[in-house]
Design a binder for this molecule. Structure first.
Ligand code: COD
Ligand code: ATP
Length: 211
């Protein structure tokens, strides 16, 4: 008799350019009980843990009281492509290790679907390690307004970050799902619910009550 294999976890990548609404939308998946891993939050967390020593070694003076000071680090790397590349070479493998642990834990708990919120998904080739991609998108003037409202953000910083990201139109063209965050949270919430329903409905070998 064939031994039933546990159903595999479906990994949905969630991406979008700065200020397009990834974190808010990740929260909408969370509301439905879907486990979510946030790569930006993982970066911030590892700056208090395993990332402190290697980042301070590469950029002396950016650690303050045993933690990486992100505004000091940002001043050293934003707008300096070679420095940013050196930082990414340290940080991205550490983020990826955290992501793998998260997926293992979600699978162990029997989750059918998990979301990986990865701002630089297409930029880093992460589409190869997910089963589908959802992109959050809003008109560029809304994006700009949202980002410039943030404390410490400047037009120059915004421009430097946007330059390092694949344009929104290309992300939308490549994605399996597009979530519109320019028309209010309720519209996005309905789109998220539909995506979850479509994915869970497409999984083979799962009774509806297991999903
Ligand atoms: C430069 C740093 C110190 C600035 O920190 P700060 O708290 O001011 O900004 P935060 O991390 O919240 O990022 C703001 C926005 O910029 C985007 N962003 C961050 N790093 C990058 C990058 N290397 N390339 C393009 N966009 C980036 C984020 O996704 C987010 O949309 C920090 O972003 C960082 O360490 N970046 C390098 C690591 C990285 O690549 N992170 C992206 C996700 S893995
Ligand atoms: N569906 C939505 N409807 C209305 N406002 C939204 C929606 N989604 C996000 N926003 C607003 O847009 C702003 C940016 O959202 P959020 O922080 O989720 O973006 P982000 O893509 O995670 O940003 P970053 O890439 O910079 O971390 C916030 O002020 C948020 O309240």
């Amino acid at each position: 008799m064939a031994v039933a294999r546990p159903p595999r976890l479906f990994r949905l990548g969630l991406t979008g350019s700065i200020g397009m609404g990834k974190s808010t939308t990740a929260g909408l998946f969370g509301e439905l009980g879907i486990p979510v891993h946030d790569a930006d939050a993982a970066v911030h967390a590892l700056y208090c843990e395993e990332g402190v020593a290697p980042v301070e070694a590469a950029f002396p003076g950016v650690a303050v009281d045993g933690m990486i000071d992100r505004s000091r680090l940002g001043a050293r790397v934003l707008g300096d492509e070679a420095a940013m590349k050196r930082l990414e070479a340290i940080v991205h493998p550490l983020v990826r290790a955290r992501e793998s642990r998260f997926l293992d834990e979600a699978a162990d708990r029997g989750a059918a679907l998990a979301v990986l919120d990865i701002p630089l998904l297409y930029e880093t080739g992460a589409q190869d390690r997910v089963d589908a991609v959802a992109v959050v998108s809003a008109p560029s003037e809304i994006q700009r307004e949202r980002v410039l409202e943030r404390p410490g953000m400047t037009a120059e910083k915004f421009a430097a970050i946007v330059l390092r990201q694949i344009p929104d139109a290309e992300k939308r063209a490549r994605a399996d799902f597009v979530i519109d965050t320019g028309s209010g949270v309720e519209v996005a919430r309905r789109q998220v619910a539909k995506i979850v329903e479509d994915i869970l409905g497409s999984l083979p070998g799962r009774a509806k009550e297991d999903r």
